[in-house]
Design a protein around this ligand. Sequence first.
Ligand SMILES: [Zn+2]
Length: 312
Amino acid sequence: MPVVAMDLGGTRIKFGVIDEGRLVSTASIVVPSSEHFAAVLPDIERQIDTMLQEGGYNSLQGVGMAFPTIVDSDNMKLLYKYVKYNDANDLDLKGWARDRWNAPLAMENDARAALVGEWQYGAGQGSDNLVMITIGTGVGSAALMNGQLLKGTNYLAGNIGGHQIIRFDGERCNCGNTGCLESEASSWALPDILKKHPGYAGSAYDAGAERPDFEAVFRLAGAGDAFSLSVRNRCMDVWFNGILNLVFSFDPEKVIIGGGVMHSADVILPYIQHKIDHASWLPAHPARLVAAQQPDWAGVLGAGYLASRTTF
Ligand SMILES: [Zn+2]
């Protein structure tokens, strides 16, 4: 029997059918701008039913959902408002999956689901001590120790890597704190980071010739642009510090790095690995940094794996 899993992003929901450990079909839908998750559920139901019908399945082993918020994965509740759908907290999704498909539901935070996906199907295979950090618009993280997802008292354990304080007198973050890893080096913060970096005036970004994104920063830095090189290295130093904190906290065998910036993995991995290799307190062969191998489907795969191990 297959499981169906979905990864709920800001504008799209990705779906996958996983049968005997293999992702046998995928789909994605653009979600309407409705603020009510209840209004999106019929679209989700239709998509799942279509995929089951196309695969010739008439029953489901489980349903997995990965949400971009903190999730109580024992009681299947979102603990913080899912920014896109304010009513998602109040819905009985466990009952919804049971009534609709007679299937148990697994819910998890999307960064944790992605880590499970990489653990079972990607860069983390063969290791039970992993940290994953995803550097994109924001920064997400998760930790697995001795084969167990870390959750903690409030389901926050390992999950707040993007809001670890890197610089206590740094920039204001969108979370309200100051000097978070995200506000010091992430895609949403990059336009401001560029503007405040010495040498911005007269730069290609100031002139409007380049978009203020990491694609441009890495490309121009590689071509020898001193300003871009300086911003690039500062951002990589921020990521190094964040990753080192995670390594000290969780002592993983591998740190899996995902997210849009990994288009520049050939620069990022050796730069940060070199610094990790020479950090105090770590042994001669400390945590190995690896690129995510399932950048598009780790969340779906992980949510599906968790669903396959869930019962009513
Ligand atoms: Zn923050």
